[in-house]
Write a protein that binds this ligand. Structure first.
Ligand code: NAI
Ligand code: 15L
Length: 280
């Protein structure tokens, strides 16, 4: 990071992985405020480059040499790329576990000192919806996807202590244009609050490896960010504006995962490859 003047942006080139995805498409625009060049990458097709400030490079995160080349000339990484839902372990292994390892290894080799890692609320998905937890609460991953995010967070801790690479792990709740169900009244993160959170994760000083829940200022909160105050994340939006609409949906049964656990339906997704699943 460099000191910002009226002429200068804080970063020369930020790499954004997962740029074709829902959140990547949003951040590709807003990261332009923080870097002279945003390099967008994904395994899927992306919108064309709009000029020299907007680089576009296709890359599979599972390709170590490809990722090493992707990271050349970059001074910060916003790592969103990977499988974003529960899937068979082998798929998660390639994109999320190997992929995140390749990002950290390339960062080490290139001397990159700041990574923003898209973790997930599902690393603590097996807590009851009655519990209030924070970044120091023991993790309770709710599937292979969640395990990959937990591993990514551990990788961030390792690369900080061993190599001084700082990471902010964002345990994102549910970031969509609006909540989609009753659970998301508690987990919703608006796009405006997401943009602010990513900016703080890039710009805050001395973050070491920080973990922050990515959630708007919703009425009913499951997650405290008491251990992330140093980031200066101050969400402005609330899901209350959508409460009436969500309450028109059928209420999930009291004993369903959507009612019991913070991770909702993710806690019951899969397995995908046993005999019972194949017969369905
Ligand atoms: P998304 O699924 O829309 O985007 C993920 C992108 O990663 C996709 O464009 C996909 O093509 C790309 N990708 C998958 N495998 C890849 C590979 N092997 N190599 C390169 N790219 C690959 O997900 P979304 O919603 O944009 O989320 C972004 C990140 O934030 C993900 O890491 C997700 O796990 C995390 N997150 C998102 C939440 C949300 O509510 N949107 C909640 C919690 C976490
Ligand atoms: C996630 O981690 C997923 O990437 C996203 O698609 C949402 O389902 C979100 O969690 C959630 O918990 O709602």
């Amino acid at each position: 990071m460099t000191t910002q003047t009226s002429q200068q942006k804080p970063f020369k080139r930020i790499l954004l992985t997962g740029a074709a995805g829902g959140l990547g498409q949003i951040l590709r625009e807003t990261l332009q405020a923080h870097a002279e060049i945003v390099r967008s990458s994904d395994i899927s097709p992306m919108a064309e480059s709009r000029g020299e400030h907007d680089e576009v490079i296709n890359c599979n995160l599972a390709d170590k040499a490809g990722v090493a080349a992707l990271v050349e000339g970059v001074d910060a990484i916003v790592h969103l790329g990977g499988i974003s839902v529960e899937r068979p372990f082998e798929e998660i292994l390639e994109a999320n576990i190997r992929g995140t390892f390749h990002i950290y290894e390339a960062a080490r080799q290139q001397g990159i000192k700041r990574i923003v890692f898209a973790s997930s609320n599902h690393v603590t998905g097996f807590y009851s919806q009655d519990a209030e937890i924070d970044a120091h609460s023991p993790r309770r991953p709710d599937g292979y996807y969640a395990l990959s995010k937990a591993y990514g967070e551990d990788m961030a801790t390792f690369y900080f202590h061993r190599y001084g690479i700082e990471t902010v792990s964002l345990r994102i709740g549910s970031s969509f244009p609006e909540p989609r169900n009753l659970r998301m009244l508690s987990t919703w993160l608006s796009y405006a609050d997401l943009e602010h959170l990513v900016a703080r994760a890039l710009l805050a000083d001395d973050v070491k490896h920080s973990v922050v829940y990515g959630v708007s200022a919703n009425r009913d909160q499951w997650w405290s960010n008491r251990h992330a105050a140093h980031l200066g994340f101050a969400p402005q939006d609330s899901s209350e504006a959508f409460r009436a609409k969500m309450e028109q949906q059928p209420k999930p049964a009291a004993d369903s995962p959507d009612s019991l656990f913070q991770g909702g339906a993710f806690t019951a997704a899969g397995p995908f490859d046993d005999l019972a699943a194949r017969r369905q």
